[in-house]
Write a protein that binds this ligand. Structure first.
Ligand SMILES: C[S@@+](CC[C@H](N)C(=O)[O-])C[C@H]1O[C@@H](n2cnc3c(N)ncnc32)[C@H](O)[C@@H]1O
Length: 231
């Protein structure tokens, strides 16, 4: 079986269960019947909640609820802030920032400064609440982006791919290379270190990102610039 994205300990479902996700259709999800039933109930209860976002809180981390079926695992508020600060500094005054599969970082950037030049490339269309700054993105078609997204149009790209696989990172890397003028911050599993270096020339930072729900997989950041996450 391929490497799974993230196993999570989720109190709301069952603290002993480890949920696994895979990007392969032929992999059978490793969920027990009782876990599946609990998940289904959990999602049924949540239906409609994401439409209750008010204009005031639409940039708060978690304003759009996690949907694990899309491998969504939001950063803790503190981690989202650290990552946002880092890319802001890397982008420089007036620099353009692309958040690829990293909605929490986009939200933090906008919370901090509504005028910041940032876009969110995302598969989940619920994020279209961000208007022109939402760009639909499916890593399976890495260079299929809306026409007005030109090559090398962002000073820094921060990316958090949905799956821990070479296939997924390879495709996301194509998009990153298309978008960035040079600077890249990648957040993914520690097991992707060799691929991050090989595909994008990235080095692992010392900072340990945290999520709102604990992930069983070790998670890290990788950068190709002098990052504050490495001090
Ligand atoms: C592990 S999450 C990263 C979220 C990040 N930790 C945060 O808090 O902002 C992966 C992201 O990839 C997105 N995603 C899921 N399927 C995708 C696909 N086929 N193509 C591109 N992105 C996808 C999810 O919606 C999710 O936002």
């Amino acid at each position: 079986m391929k490497e799974n994205k993230k196993d999570i300990d989720e109190g709301e479902v069952s603290s002993g269960d480890h949920r696994t996700m895979s990007d392969s259709d032929d992999d059978v999800p490793q969920l027990s019947e009782s876990t599946l039933a609990a998940l289904q109930e959990f999602y049924s209860e949540k239906q409609g909640l994401h439409t209750q976002i008010t204009p005031d809180d639409k940039f708060s981390v978690g304003a759009v609820e996690e949907d694990w079926r899309m491998s969504q695992f939001w950063y803790s508020d503190e981690t989202a802030s650290r990552l946002a600060e880092d890319v802001l500094q890397a982008a420089g005054e007036g620099g353009r920032i692309a958040c690829l599969g990293a909605p929490s970082v986009y939200q933090k950037l906008k919370q901090r400064d509504p005028n910041v030049s940032a876009v969110l490339l995302e598969f989940d269309r619920r994020f279209s609440i961000y208007g022109d700054e939402f760009i639909f993105y499916d890593y399976n078609n890495p260079l299929c982006l809306q026409e007005d997204v030109g090559p090398q149009s962002f000073d820094v790209v921060i990316a958090d791919p949905p799956y821990l696989s070479q296939e997924c990172l390879g495709k996301v890397a194509l998009t990153i290379r298309f978008l960035t003028k040079g600077k890249v911050l990648l957040c993914t599993g520690a097991i992707m270190q060799v691929d991050a270096e090989k595909l994008l020339g990235l080095k692992m930072c010392t900072f340990l990102p945290k999520h709102t729900h604990n992930l069983a997989n070790e998670f890290r950041c990788y950068a190709n610039y002098q990052s504050c996450l490495d001090s």
